[in-house]
Design a protein around this ligand. Structure first.
Ligand SMILES: O=C(O)c1ccccc1NCC(=O)[C@H](O)[C@H](O)COP(=O)(O)O
Length: 214
């Protein structure tokens, strides 16, 4: 079985980028969303991304971004992928992929099987689907809330193309999540923090170790 990919999301310091890389993360994520406690601006993303070796994918997380915002991020030359974490339509996702020439991920907010099925519409329009827990109406953030969904909804589902699992993962539950879903990529944020927006280097190390043992 091939090694699972790991994305540590919401990094905002050089130390924690280093910790993620040393622990074996294949992807590092930078949240560019002002309301998030993990928000980093374009200059910070440029500096943080430069710390990682070239073979580590650098994912910019955005929510219903404007082209101007994406122009600024793309101009950093720091990102290999954009993760669309808002209500972007299939057409908007495809247009972003075409315009910016970066790999495009679409986060799919999941509560029921209907949400999983709706992801099929993005087949061919994006490079990866990321199944994440749907946050409640009125929640402060559309992701990074430490919420999980019913992983059995993904059991036996033929996802069209590369995908990943996200939402409420931690060292205590990630092996079960992988066993149930068979996810090829695991994404985590709150589960490796000591407080919202504060990544914990030890938690990053133990989480990655647990994933790599799956
Ligand atoms: O993390 C954020 O603050 C965030 C804000 C706005 C949109 C998306 C955000 N995070 C996206 C991620 O990829 C998270 O890793 C994912 O939602 C899982 O988060 P968690 O449940 O905390 O592990």
């Amino acid at each position: 079985m091939s090694r699972l990919a790991i994305k540590i999301c919401g990094l905002s310091t050089a130390d924690t980028v280093g910790a993620a890389v040393r622990a074996g993360a294949s992807h590092i994520g930078f949240v560019h969303f002002l309301k998030s406690p993990r928000h980093v601006d374009a200059d910070q993303i440029r500096a943080l991304a430069a710390i990682a070796p070239a073979d580590v994918e650098r994912v910019g997380v955005v929510v219903d971004p404007t082209d101007e915002m994406l122009d600024e991020l793309a101009a950093t030359g720091a990102l290999t992928a954009l993760q669309l974490h808002g209500k972007e339509s299939v057409q908007r996702a495809a247009a972003i992929r075409h315009r910016f020439g970066l790999s495009v991920w679409k986060a799919i907010s999941v509560k029921t099987r209907v949400d999983i099925d709706a992801a099929n519409a993005y087949a061919g329009a994006v490079d990866r689907l990321l199944f994440d827990a749907k946050t409640p109406d009125g929640a402060a953030l559309p992701g990074g809330m430490g919420l999980r969904f019913d992983w059995t909804l993904l059991r036996g589902v033929a996802v069209p193309g590369p995908w990943g699992l996200s939402g409420g993962l931690s060292v205590d539950n990630v092996a079960e999540a992988v066993r149930i879903t068979g996810a090829p990529l695991i994404d985590v944020s709150s589960g490796v923090e000591s407080a919202p927006g504060i990544k914990d280097m030890d938690k990053i190390a133990t989480f990655c170790k647990a994933v790599l043992q799956c």
